[in-house]
Ligand binder design. Structure first.
Ligand code: 5GP
Ligand code: MN
Length: 336
């Protein structure tokens, strides 16, 4: 493992750098990646953000967005960049399987691999680790990596600040989740001082729905929400046909699970969707309930205690039933 002094020394000269993040990047994945990108290019590094898959329109406005390379749409170029990179920053994930089609190329690359992340149980593929599960967002860690570890706060300009603010805002659910400490608010204030326009970022991310997206949300809440009061659990499940009917785009389903969790006394909420590549589950929980344990044990996934994801190759109804069958095992935690 490298220490921070060795990383700082490596970064003293212009390097070929790839920054990557997890499949279906969210606001923190993209915000932390582009935040780091906008920092590194100021120092003359040849940096590229390569992401495993596409991402929603409400995230496609951050500074540097036009330079992002989507792996599946540019395999040859991406593989060359990864093979020739001297350093690969792995942001907001800690297991190589989370970068899907990019996994083999990144594993095979001779580059120094640097993990900046806040998820549990990191896999051992990195040469440098800046990791803290108490961070509310990877973007928070990118901030302290630049400002404190590398002592380069002066380079947190408007572009860096805008991206990092977006990451912190989205992963903390707009400064609402338990990891939103006083330090997080102080960092947010620093980012606003550095040029992040907080109200505008909120507007771009949260007030940019299409009519279809809102109608789809209405459909989910009025027709697809199942509340199991016996287990303080709420489930929304949707078929591929419904996604087509409402012309649902990447990212349109994000956040629906939080509406289910907002019902009083509900401890566990699930959004289960039939995608072309299988069933995807998004679980959210309140308090001590371990949503990640269910995803890890039963649905080949993982995540945080209160926000986790998983997948399955079974049929949608079977997956919904499987989740319902698991609930009695957790009854004590769910009804307390
Ligand atoms: P989401 O429900 O938004 O897809 O994911 C919620 C959280 O769980 C995120 O922090 C994400 O990184 C994590 N997560 C989602 N899917 C998986 C998965 O398949 N494996 C692991 N380890 N974590 C996941
Ligand atoms: Mn994150």
């Amino acid at each position: 493992m490298l220490d921070i002094a060795s990383v700082a020394r490596l970064l003293e000269q212009p390097r070929k750098i790839v920054i990557t993040t997890h499949h279906k990047p969210d606001g923190d994945a993209l915000g932390s990646s582009l935040g780091l990108y906008n920092y590194l290019i100021q120092q003359g590094h040849h940096a590229k953000v390569v992401v495993p898959s596409d991402y929603p329109d409400f995230l496609s406005w951050m500074p540097g967005n036009e330079e992002v390379i989507i792996y599946t749409e540019n395999v040859a170029i991406s593989d060359t960049l990864i093979a020739e990179a001297e350093m690969i920053f792995c942001l907001d994930f800690n297991a190589l399987s989370r970068i899907n089609a990019m996994t083999d190329s990144v594993r095979a690359s001779q580059a120094v691999k640097l993990m900046i992340d806040h998820h549990l149980e990191p896999e051992d593929f990195d040469d440098f680790r800046y990791w803290d599960i108490n961070a509310c967002a990877t973007a928070q860690l990118v901030y302290t990596f630049i400002a404190d570890a590398l002592n380069n706060k002066a380079l947190i300009n408007k572009d860096v600040a805008t991206c990092l603010y977006t990451g912190i805002m989205t992963d903390s659910a707009s400064f609402r989740l338990p990891k939103t400490t006083a330090e997080v608010h102080l960092i947010a204030a620093e980012l606003i001082n550095a040029g992040a326009v907080n109200w505008r970022i909120h507007e771009l991310v949260y007030n940019s729905s299409t009519e279809n997206r809102l109608r789809f949300l209405g459909h989910c809440l009025s027709s697809k929400l199942e509340v199991l009061y016996e287990y303080n659990t709420a489930i929304v499940s949707v078929t591929k046909a419904e996604l087509e009917q409402y012309d649902v785009q990447t990212g349109d389903t994000e956040g629906i699970v939080n509406f289910a969790l907002s019902i009083v006394n509900i401890k566990l909420a699930a959004f289960i969707v039939e995608r072309t590549d299988g069933i995807k589950l998004s679980l959210r929980s309140k308090g001590e309930f371990p949503a990640n344990e269910i995803c890890k044990k039963y649905f080949s996934g993982g995540g945080h205690r209160n926000a986790a994801g998983g997948r399955s190759d079974k049929a949608l109804d079977e997956v919904v039933q499987e989740l319902k069958d698991i609930l009695p095992n957790y009854k004590k935690l769910l009804i307390q």
